[in-house]
Ligand binder design. Structure first.
Ligand SMILES: *Cc1c(COP(=O)(O)O)cnc(C)c1O
Length: 425
């Protein structure tokens, strides 16, 4: 890869370079294993003494190409692809925190992430405090404990569309010598590069815009590469010998990407939830057109937000791309566009909103978001159904909130569909 390539070029070209006479497109390596001529080669692979593939649970050439493309797009040093966005967030935290540790998370979060944090990781002994996105620097600092191992936030929250205050969280995290982790699913690296604003680890549900065509569930964790694990003194698992790998020391033996190597050889190896090669192939195909799609998603969503704002049956619209939106200042500072998701409420509340959803013809009611087809969902009764009322409020989900994922169909057709549904319901 050329060092000075721009984003669009990296999206198309990075990750895979064909050999002379080789396939132009990255092949789907649908094989669990790889053949070597002698036993020592395989032993060296197991010991991480040489690079190569030996078992697809740990690494696979198609998945490797996808990981390299995403790492390049996020401007990170390495990436590890896993089976879902949930797995990406779970592993990003479990790679640095163990039972008895604590994480500080900004409460504007996806519902599945709230469940993961407040139930499953809690049961595993990792305690996570949710703090409101309005918290000040003093309040954040006061919430940090001696055993706090990271700050976690979403760059553009699903579905409250709160924009992350990157500089604030990075400042507090680094003052306490802990990493700042960001779930960058909604903006994608095309609209936002969290590493430019002090973030250390990025996660994605690749199921959303990176695939973009609603074909493949997947996730990825990306490492920026300059966090000082040794200097922090808070991460002995990075700086002391790993008994499960004959005393390997991640910061010493893999100084370029200790976080990614550790995540792969401990968590992906032991829990066994890697991304599968066919999903990596499809998601990579989607990523190649990411810049074009994100521009159209953002453009269509802004037009849709303006249309809904002026519609007499609509009570409110939330889209950070609107100039009078309270998040617009942060959006302009950190993102290159508003992305394709907006939220609105219908006059008459939840029941009226349901009628509008049922009257849509082009837009479908589906449990999905962030793909090329326009779709709607009611988070309070669907994706965020398991949350308590207090958790719903903290996540920014009101009972009447309809989440609209604006696709890349012609905007006139999308607007006409919502116009007829709002007028007929
Ligand atoms: C969908 C989503 C997830 C979970 O990803 P899956 O691929 O569904 O497991 C995590 N974070 C955000 C912001 C999401 O939108």
């Amino acid at each position: 890869m050329e060092n000075n390539w721009k984003f669009e070029t990296i999206a198309v070209q990075a990750g895979y370079t064909p050999e002379n006479g080789g396939p132009r497109v990255v092949p789907i390596t649908q094989s669990t294993t790889y053949k070597y001529d002698d036993a020592q080669s395989v032993a060296d692979l197991f010991d991480l003494k040489r690079e190569g593939f030996f078992y697809t649970r740990l690494a696979n050439p198609t998945v490797d190409a996808f990981e390299k493309k995403i790492a390049a797009l996020e401007k990170g040093v390495a990436a590890v692809a896993v089976s879902s966005g949930q797995a990406a967030n779970a592993f990003a935290l479990m790679n640095i925190a163990k039972a008895g540790d604590h994480i500080l998370a900004v409460s504007a979060l996806y519902g599945g992430t709230v469940s993961l944090f407040t139930n499953t990781l809690k049961k595993a002994g990792i305690e996570i405090t949710l703090i409101l996105p309005t918290a000040t620097e003093e309040e954040l600092q006061a919430a940090i404990r001696p055993n706090t191992k990271a700050i976690f936030a979403e760059s553009l929250c699903n579905p409250s569309l709160v924009v992350c205050d990157f500089e604030l969280y990075a400042k507090v995290a680094h003052a306490n010598k802990i990493p700042f982790i960001v779930d960058n699913t909604f903006p994608t690296p095309y609209l936002c590069n969290p590493f430019d604003y002090g973030c250390d680890i990025v996660t994605h549900s690749t199921t959303k815009y990176l695939d973009g065509h609603a074909t493949s569930v997947g996730g990825i964790v990306v490492e920026k590469g300059d966090f000082d694990w040794a200097g922090s003194g808070k991460f002995p698992e990075f700086t002391e010998p790993d008994a499960s790998y004959h005393g390997l020391i991640y910061t010493k033996d893999f100084p370029a990407a200790p976080f990614s190597v550790k995540l792969r050889v401990q968590l992906v190896r032991d829990y066994g939830i890697p991304m599968m090669p066919f999903n990596a192939f499809l998601t990579m195909l989607g990523t190649e057109t990411l810049p074009l799609r994100m521009e159209r998603h953002s453009e269509n969503a802004l037009k849709m937000a303006q249309f809904l704002k002026n519609h007499p049956k609509v009570s409110w619209v939330n889209y950070p791309g609107l100039e009078d939106n309270p998040e617009h200042g942060k959006l302009k500072k950190y993102l290159r566009g508003g992305s394709g998701v907006l939220c609105f409420g219908v006059k008459g509340g939840k029941a009226a909103g349901e009628k509008v959803m049922n009257s849509l013809k082009l837009a479908a009611i589906v449990v999905h978001v962030a793909d090329i087809r326009t779709c709607v969902l009611h988070p309070a009764s669907m994706t965020h159904r398991q949350l308590s009322e207090a958790e719903l409020e903290a996540a920014g989900v009101t009972p009447d909130l309809i989440r609209l994922s604006v696709g890349i169909e012609n905007i006139d057709d999308i607007i006409a569909d919502f116009d007829q549904a709002l007028n007929n319901a």
